[in-house]
Write a new protein. Structure first.
Length: 320
């Protein structure tokens, strides 16, 4: 099937995810390279940018294996998944929720069919408190029931649209360390990093995404990896919290300060507007205004000729 001449607006995140980029999409799309080869996203999460760009070739990764399983099931078994989600919707109540949540506390959980595990994650995500994905030290989902009157558990149009895109594009799914996941990136490829954010205060860190922490030593390792990709001629964009530590870490790159809205936090008083930073290592379009700190470091000027399925201006229009 030939590429569409405009993006499909139904191809969008099917999960609510802490740190998701739906609110920031218009700003992110302003800074996408004009051309790129393959697309890499090592911290996939809800995949807002990935699903907005809908690249022909992509390598997407997340340390959360249950999340990656959801994408793979949506890609290959969407109709059976939709039927299971309707079953969950028909039975949804607080007791049913906690029964489903307890699945990963049994020894046989890993042996359950992939489609059952994916339907469980989507169901829990749509019905848990504030749409959090949080696990305890044993890797067990531990968010309480959300008590919503009519949660939107099944979005058939979005699930089918995402499935159609994933099935026709060349997508490689990985579950590994971010550095391993980007092995094979070539000059001109585009890599978007959206790691766990540097905490803006001593109590702000969200550590329950998976059982592995992401402290400042990991932030420094990521910075070293960005340096290596930059030297290799890759085009890199990175999001993080606008903290003095992150600003200093990336002071030799183009840095753009943006305001984001954070709707997911266990403390409602801490939701709202926050400052974030976008870091890019490539030249921006001439008409693009930006806030710049430090010295610019540009990627190689000879991308391999790949580009998104449609012009960036169409992405901007479709995602407003």
């Amino acid at each position: 099937m030939p590429p569409r001449n405009s993006p499909n607006p139904l191809v969008r995140p099917f999960l609510k995810w802490a740190g998701g980029k739906r609110q920031l999409l218009p700003e992110l799309l302003k800074h996408i390279p004009k051309q790129y080869g393959s697309y890499y996203e090592p911290f996939l999460g809800g995949g807002a940018l990935f699903l907005a760009l809908q690249p022909r070739r992509a390598v997407v990764n997340d340390s959360n294996g249950e999340l990656i399983n959801c994408y793979q099931v949506v890609q290959k078994s969407v109709e059976d998944l939709i039927q299971l989600l309707h079953d969950h919707q028909a039975h949804n109540n607080e007791d049913y929720y906690y029964g489903m949540r307890d699945w990963d506390r049994s020894e046989g959980y890993a042996a359950r069919p992939a489609i059952e595990r994916a339907a469980r994650i989507i169901y829990l995500n749509k019905t848990c408190y504030n749409g959090l994905f949080r696990v305890n030290a044993q890797g067990q989902f531990n968010v309480p029931y959300g008590k919503y009157a009519r949660p939107a558990i099944v979005d058939e149009g979005v699930l089918r649209a995402v499935s159609h895109y994933l099935d026709r594009a060349t997508i490689t799914f990985r579950t590994m360390d971010f550095a391993e996941a980007t092995q094979g990136a070539q000059a001109g490829d585009f890599l978007y990093f959206d790691p766990p954010y540097d905490p803006i205060s001593s109590t702000a860190s969200f550590t329950g995404y998976d059982v592995n922490g992401f402290d400042r030593s990991e932030q420094e390792r990521l910075h070293q990896h960005v340096d290596a990709l930059n030297a290799h001629g890759c085009q890199v964009m990175l999001s993080n919290a606008y903290t003095p530590f992150i600003v200093r870490l990336y002071q030799d790159y183009h840095c753009i300060k943006v305001e984001a809205t954070r709707a997911i936090n266990s403390d409602p008083g801490k939701r709202g507007k926050v400052d974030e930073i976008l870091v890019v290592n490539y030249d921006q379009r001439p008409n693009q205004k930006r806030h710049r700190m430090g010295n610019a470091v540009s990627a190689a000027s000879h991308p391999r000729g790949g580009e998104p399925l449609w012009p960036v201006r169409d992405q901007l229009d479709a995602n407003q």
